[in-house]
Write a protein that binds this ligand. Sequence first.
Ligand code: CTP
Length: 517
Amino acid sequence: MISEFHTVQPSASFKEVKSIVIDQKQRVLPVIDQKGNTVGVITRTDLIQHLGVADRASSSPEKPAQLFERSLSALMESRLPKDILSLLKELGELAQSLNLSIYLVGGSVRDLITLKPIKDLDLTLTGDMDEFIKAFALKHPTARVKNHPRFKTATIDLDNGFRLDLSCARLEYYEYPGAMPIVRHASIRIDLQRRDFTINAMALSLNSEDYGRLLDFYRGYHDLKEGLIRVLHSLSFIEDPTRAFRAIRFENRLGFTVSRMTERLLETALKNGFITNLSSRRVMAEIRRVCEEEEPGPILKRLGELGLLKCVHPKLRIIPKQIERFRRVARIKDWYRLTFGEKFSPVWLVWLLVLTDELEEEELADLVENLDSGQKVARVAIEERKTLKSILRQYQRIREFIKPSEADRIFSDLSWPGILYLMAMSSGDPLSRAGASYLTYYRLVKTNCDGKDLIKLGYHPGPRLHEALIFLREAKLDGLVNTLSEELALAQELLKSGDSDGFDKNDVLRETVDGRR
Ligand code: CTP
């Protein structure tokens, strides 16, 4: 029961009602006339019906769900790596011994059935989660546990790199408009019912008594086989507009199709401004996830076609030359992965830079401000944007090979995403090749001699020496000197030439090259 709530008059506008029922999540809105009499109530379902979309999306929460069950234990045995399998069994046995139920849920079940690698383990417990975590921590004293009792969620990071995302089966509701969700225990069915798509709303029991039993109340297994993305009910996108982006992301990642009804619901939500309402922080989190996908290009294109990119920024759209650029980023990404592996991948930021290429600097800065993580990297790239654009302008028409020393000067102060962006924007051109050579080779080149060697020869530390060392490295990059003795000879030549203001590099180089000929 709540004692503080909004009411409206019979003359209230749709916008006013929408703001209370959807944005502030007050599910039931009393309508009071001028005399103070309650003349009716408006619910969320009324709103969606008013928008003209029938509730045929799927089984609605009101309708009893039809449980589909089957055993996936053979699939688990054949598909999951041994260490994950034994961990899942251990979790099930522990839950069983504490008289709790534990399930693998959401994306993990989807990935298991579609034979995709499982990254994180999403688990849902029904029962006392604290008791379970304490017992688990006793068995794994080095595991790092982060408990969020208020939300009844916890993460456990194990030494072998696995992360367990635990939550308590729950039903979210709001104590009063705008309040944090109060989390209550609820059965696994109700927990699954609040999820985004049928394919993400299945649970796999891990308890030893029914280990491997799939619980599917919403035809998720069927939709996985049919290749369909379907919401569980018609208010899904209104409840959580980020799902619009998720639908398109999964569609592309899995090679599925958004069902016709779900697409209609998405379009209705978009047309009625529910998605524009989304906070920039949440939109940007989704855009980052899109950019981290295997193939962001087609997803971004489809987001553009549906009009969803406008919810990120009104000026954001996909123009034909963008499509070609996306293809180039994809090639750069493949090259990057082959060359450097997965260790540090700033490639998602390159997608973002190419996507937002036509935005003004301040517009992009506003967007990036809303990125939760990776802000540092993002800022570097934003601050670099002017430099990147001017490099592109300067080198776009150059057809000749760029000397290694010049490439080193162009790229050495830039961030990796910045360099990859330049490579994508100038793909096939000398600038792009120079970028690749810089990342794989030039940046690692060191001279054989250093400042100490030169001081030993009697030269004094100072700017002249510093400049000579830089010059030596450039000469080495360009293949003019190779061995220690060649370097020392060049250094001596450099430092004896010119007056105290500096030396004429060209003169010295000419002499060195002539000498070597
Ligand atoms: N979920 C949801 N609505 C959202 C986000 C998530 O219902 N807006 C639910 C889905 O059941 C999802 C689960 O929470 O499967 C876990 O969310 P998340 O980790 O974001 O998604 P995954 O499905 O695991 O996708 P990914 O493989 O991209 O991590």
